[in-house]
Design a protein around this ligand. Structure first.
Ligand SMILES: Nc1nc2c(ncn2[C@@H]2O[C@H](COP(=O)(O)OP(=O)(O)O)[C@@H](O)[C@H]2O)c(=O)[nH]1
Ligand SMILES: [Mg+2]
Length: 361
């Protein structure tokens, strides 16, 4: 709104100025007489009008808004409407000290603010207004969270029904795919006495084949290398007598969706594979999220998180389980092969939300 004051000897003259400058739609806000001395008086008129519409050409909407940006905008919109519809909970959060403390401690552990807010709001309503201290609230929160966190036991039954079970290890560069494969191969061979074969598809990185070959030799597991889809198929066929074949793959920057598509095409050979998506607990939350989004193009059996020993807060693991429906099967806890791996359990995952000294092991 544009506001202007006009001075003239008479009201009529002032109004004429208003009309001339602001147009016939102008609104008169006030008129008053201003005395300038004996025999002289002025009229002061304040008037306003709506700001004229900009004459600049409106910017055309871009033809193609990236899908990621649309998703982000939708997420922001969703979160805003959630905040508006949850005004009461927000007020409660500020006023209730144990609740506010819990809220902040969960954020410090790396949990996503939006997820915490949603789950805490539900936990508060589960408490039915009963007075609750921080630990009662934490329990109510965990009861809600646990419904979102699932664990998988991919090796419960390993059998050669119609050919060996094929397990692949896929994921970004350097997350520990090869090391995790070796740890699990040792477990299956030594503890479970399962007959195994190992195939490496990772001919991209110098030394990658040697690294896995060394583990295979130590474990006395037959090993072969494949460079293409057809070589992979025949390598698996060569292990047709085995109960299971474990396939290592080249790490790529899977923030690039095309890399996932290429990887997927290598496994489109009529054979059912269980893909383990290996991710590092040290990665940034949004990078983990984006990588998992891209891996939706493949049928992922479960997630494996490595390098838990290299980071203090493990909230980003829980975030992915809440966001996506994938179960988690194993947790890598160090560099030692085969010791540093453990099956994922709900208890262990929930304990990531406790202070460091109280975590389950
Ligand atoms: N601290 C720690 N290091 C790990 C873990 N898993 C793998 N690594 C290390 O991460 C590096 C990359 O591992 P590698 O298996 O070659 O990764 P890949 O490129 O995904 O196959 C190596 O130095 C491993 O010893 C883990 O759980 N904790
Ligand atoms: Mg590797």
């Amino acid at each position: 709104m544009q506001v202007k004051t006009f001075k003239a000897p008479t009201v009529e003259k002032a109004l004429a100025q208003v009309k001339k400058e602001l147009g016939p739609e102008a609104i008169i806000l006030s008129t008053r007489k201003v005395g300038a001395g004996p025999g002289e008086s002025w009229v002061e008129v304040s008037a306003a009008r709506e700001q004229p519409a900009s004459t600049a050409e409106p910017k055309p909407a871009p033809d193609c808004v990236p899908a990621e940006m649309i998703n982000e905008l939708q997420e922001i919109k969703g979160f805003l409407s959630l905040l508006i519809s949850s005004k009461d909970q927000l007020t409660q959060l500020r006023a209730n000290q144990p609740l506010a403390e819990l809220y902040h401690s969960l954020l410090v552990r790396g949990l996503d603010e939006k997820q915490v807010f949603i789950l805490l709001s539900k936990a508060v309503s589960d408490l039915n207004g009963e007075p609750a201290d921080r630990s009662a609230m934490f329990n109510a929160f965990c009861k809600r969270l646990v419904t979102k966190v699932s664990c998988a036991k991919p090796f419960r039954v390993v059998s050669n029904s119609g050919g060996p079970a094929v397990y692949t290890f896929v994921g970004p560069t350097g997350v520990g795919k090869t090391t995790t494969l070796a740890k699990l191969a040792a477990y299956l061979k030594i503890k479970r006495r399962i007959e195994l074969g190992i195939v490496s598809l990772d001919t991209y990185r110098i030394g990658a084949v040697e690294q896995l070959k060394t583990y295979a030799e130590i474990l006395e597991i037959p090993f072969s290398v494949a460079q293409s889809k057809s070589e992979l198929r025949s390598a698996i066929d060569d292990f047709s007598h085995c109960d299971a074949v474990m396939v290592d793959t080249t790490g790529k920057n899977y923030l690039n969706r095309d890399h996932v598509r290429h990887l997927r095409s290598l496994f489109e050979n009529g054979r059912r594979c269980s893909h383990f998506l290996v991710l590092s607990a040290t990665a940034k939350d949004e990078d983990l999220q984006q990588t998992i989004v891209h891996f939706r193009e493949m049928e992922i059996n479960s997630l494996i998180f490595t390098k838990l020993d290299e980071t203090v807060h493990h909230g980003c693991i829980v975030n992915q389980l809440v966001r996506f429906n994938y179960p988690v099967s194993y947790l890598g806890t160090g560099q030692r092969v085969p010791e540093d791996i453990e099956p994922a359990t709900q208890k262990r995952l929930l304990s990531f939300l406790l202070p460091a000294g109280n975590q389950a092991d």
